[in-house]
Design a protein around this ligand. Structure first.
Ligand SMILES: Cc1cc2nc3c(=O)[nH]c(=O)nc-3n(C[C@H](O)[C@H](O)[C@H](O)COP(=O)(O)OP(=O)(O)OC[C@H]3O[C@@H](n4cnc5c(N)ncnc54)[C@H](O)[C@@H]3O)c2cc1C
Length: 410
């Protein structure tokens, strides 16, 4: 009888594992709580009205349609019963496995202050992106209706908490929207006066980057009109703004780009976890004591491996490779991360990148970022759509995905 491999999560780790198992003599079942694989590096573009959802997401069922040994199930994994080799899904359904690859990624963490969540949405899913987009666009609408100057200023103040790649991208794009996209569209205020404040607890933006690139990124952000506050921690968030120690900043729109917590599913494996809740895996990516379970992507803690998409893809592929080696009676091999460098965009013609010792910033980094992101998108149609949208936006400063309804979902 063929072994049954269940893959939980079809993000970068899960999808790359599933693809690597295309020819495996096994029944593969891919479970995800959404029906789509999401290209997270461009999610901020949906949150800032630059791209629509279908441009950066594709139905999992469609991506894996030609993989005959693979079944796709829409389901939310609630628990893993390691002793019984079963996964508990929503509505009480159970799914047995011979091998399990857990790649359910991460969520945002408010560092124990979950009460801030309604006032400061984070960006992880398409639903988050729709929520943020609608808050940003509606803040400008409310400002046009507001007669009181202080209240209007609060509607026109946008705070982004956390200056990692997502925070930097959001802040830079927000500045561009205020300075360029909305120019001339309002009568009672000038959108260029909107204030974009990027707050970071450490002493530099993009903390994992080399210090000189962090400094260049900060300067590029300020040139775009972003106010960068470094070494300052947010101590409170409510409906009217943020508190930073003794200081208060009135702002009606706050976006959380600060903390990352691992998928809670990691806890049900009974394995040792690190401080962020990631599963401390063996060198072959299996769970200590459970060689039939692998963990890949953001949920796996392995020394020197960052929580980024290329690492998740490499881990997903490697877990599948080790699984196939086991099926054919071969010994497993340890995972080795290949670092191809990192890229972060800040805005038009502004980005930073490093590949080993090669460091780029400004226009050259931006061009590399652009080409890489189009190249890595899933699906020819998506690549074409994004190229067309970006080409149009580059010349016109326009952002086409600005339609907001009560349940904006596209
Ligand atoms: C806004 C944003 C921007 C980013 N930008 C970049 C970038 O520019 N470059 C880069 O390299 N990395 C970037 N990252 C990081 C990158 O997205 C992650 O490192 C990568 O997605 C991790 O892959 P993963 O497979 O572990 O998790 P994910 O890709 O997050 O996939 C997890 C999957 O599991 C599913 N899932 C979760 N819980 C359950 C459950 N209980 N049951 C069923 N399904 C479940 C989810 O729906 C999802 O499809 C970014 C992340 C974010 C949020």
């Amino acid at each position: 009888m063929r072994a049954r491999v269940v893959i939980l999560g079809c993000g970068f780790g899960g999808l790359w594992a599933a693809r690597a198992l295309a020819k495996a003599p096994a029944e593969v079942i891919v479970v995800d709580r959404t029906n789509h694989h999401l290209f997270t590096p461009l999610l901020y573009q949906v949150a800032t009205a630059g791209l629509s959802a279908p441009a950066i997401a594709a139905p999992i069922r469609h991506i894996l349609a030609n993989q005959r040994n693979t079944t796709v199930l829409l389901g939310d994994a609630k628990d893993i019963r390691v002793k019984e080799k079963q996964v508990e899904l929503d509505h009480g359904a159970r799914l047995s496995y011979d091998y399990l690859i857990v790649a359910t990624g991460s969520a945002h963490s408010y560092f124990g202050n979950d009460a801030w969540a309604p006032y400061a949405p984070g960006l992880k899913t398409l639903d988050d992106a729709f929520e943020i987009r609608s808050r940003i666009l509606l803040a400008f609408e409310r400002a046009e209706r507001e007669a009181d100057a202080a209240k209007r200023a609060a509607w026109l103040t946008f705070v982004v908490v956390g200056a990692g790649a997502t925070g930097v991208e959001l802040a830079g794009t927000l500045a561009e929207i205020a300075r360029h996209t909305l120019r001339g569209e309002f009568r009672r205020f000038d959108p260029r006066n909107a204030r974009i404040v990027l707050v970071e607890g450490s002493e530099r933006v993009l903390p994992p980057y080399p210090a000189d690139l962090s400094e260049k990124a900060r300067r590029q952000l300020e040139r775009l009109g972003v106010t960068v506050w470094l070494g300052r921690r947010v101590t409170g968030v409510d409906a009217d703004g943020v508190t930073l120690g003794a200081e208060r900043l009135s702002a009606k729109t706050v976006i959380w780009a600060a903390g990352v917590a691992s998928s809670p599913l990691g806890r049900s494996l009974g394995a040792p976890l690190d401080r962020a809740g990631r599963v401390k895996v063996e060198p072959d990516l299996s769970v200590p004591g459970y060689p039939e379970i692998f963990v890949a992507g953001d949920l796996a803690a392995l020394e020197g491996v960052p929580g980024i998409a290329p690492a998740a893809k490499q881990m997903g592929r490697h877990a599948a490779l080790n699984l196939m080696r086991t099926l054919s009676g071969k010994p497993r091999v340890p995972f080795r991360y290949r670092d191809y460098g990192q890229l972060a965009t800040i805005g038009r013609n502004a980005a930073v990148a490093y590949f080993g010792r090669l460091k780029l910033s400004g226009y050259p980094a931006w061009v590399v970022w652009l080409v890489a992101h189009i190249y890595f998108l899933i699906g020819f149609r998506n690549r074409l759509m994004v190229m067309l949208d970006w080409g149009w936006a580059y010349w016109t400063f326009d952002r086409y995905a600005r339609i907001v309804t009560k349940s904006s979902r596209s």
